[in-house]
Design a protein around this ligand. Structure first.
Ligand code: SF4
Length: 215
């Protein structure tokens, strides 16, 4: 229903309508925001794994709590740790650029990571760290109720699939997971190191968005 409405709104926008007065279930959205903030407070106190020792602050995620699509990376980097927001460094700027190139705004979706604290020197989080943090992500997903999870990079995919993932071979895969669709693609940081992969990441983001907003 939400996806259908969203499609109609996009058609109206393409027809030139700039403003629409729409009644939204504000109570439900506010309730979701409240619950997400509670998780945000819990992670600031969390010491379940050693990543708490080197963080400036834990980073919950941000965006639309009603989104049918959630982008999930592996962990905050230096800029994210400093600012308390996900995907705000160079990789985040690329992600934002590609979402916009697909005709959308970053704020339409929810963006987060598997681990909420920055690993020292931006190393890959260990399986144990990911396992320790995963329940926070599960709670976020229970609240947001998205249809599609766009997993950015092999580490995020590994956290869901509980096995090693060769992302260059498996990107573009769509996998059922607990009533949701996992869409596997590159991490934008990989694309910064391999610019030829940018078009593939763009196509994947477009496809993940289409999957999320189609009927
Ligand atoms: S990474 Fe997750 S589990 Fe580890 S300390 Fe931070 S919030 Fe807790």
């Amino acid at each position: 229903m939400k996806d259908q409405l969203y499609k109609h709104l996009r058609i109206l926008q393409e027809l030139g309508y700039e403003y629409l007065f729409m009644e939204k279930d504000m109570n439900l959205t506010e309730e979701k925001e409240k619950k997400l903030k509670e998780i945000g407070r819990a992670i600031q106190e969390c010491k379940k794994c050693d990543l708490y020792k080197s963080r400036k602050q834990a980073v919950l995620g941000e965006g639309n709590p009603d989104s049918s699509l959630v982008f999930i990376g592996e962990a905050p980097g230096g800029d994210e740790d400093k600012l308390g927001r996900p995907f705000v460094g160079r990789a985040g700027k690329l992600l934002t650029k590609l979402i916009e190139a697909a005709g959308h705004k970053r704020e339409e979706f929810y963006i987060t990571n598997i681990c909420k604290c920055r690993p020292p020197n931006n190393r890959t989080p260990t399986p144990w760290e990911m396992e320790a943090c995963f329940p926070y992500l599960e709670k976020q997903l229970q609240i947001i109720q998205p249809k599609v999870l766009c997993l950015l990079g092999a580490t995020a995919a590994r956290a869901f699939l509980k096995r090693n993932v060769a992302i260059t071979k498996e990107r573009g895969s769509i996998i059922n997971w607990e009533g949701k669709l996992l869409y596997l693609t590159y991490h934008p940081a990989y694309v910064l190191r391999n610019p030829d992969a940018e078009i593939t990441l763009f196509e994947d983001i477009k496809k993940a968005i289409e999957l999320a907003i189609e009927k």
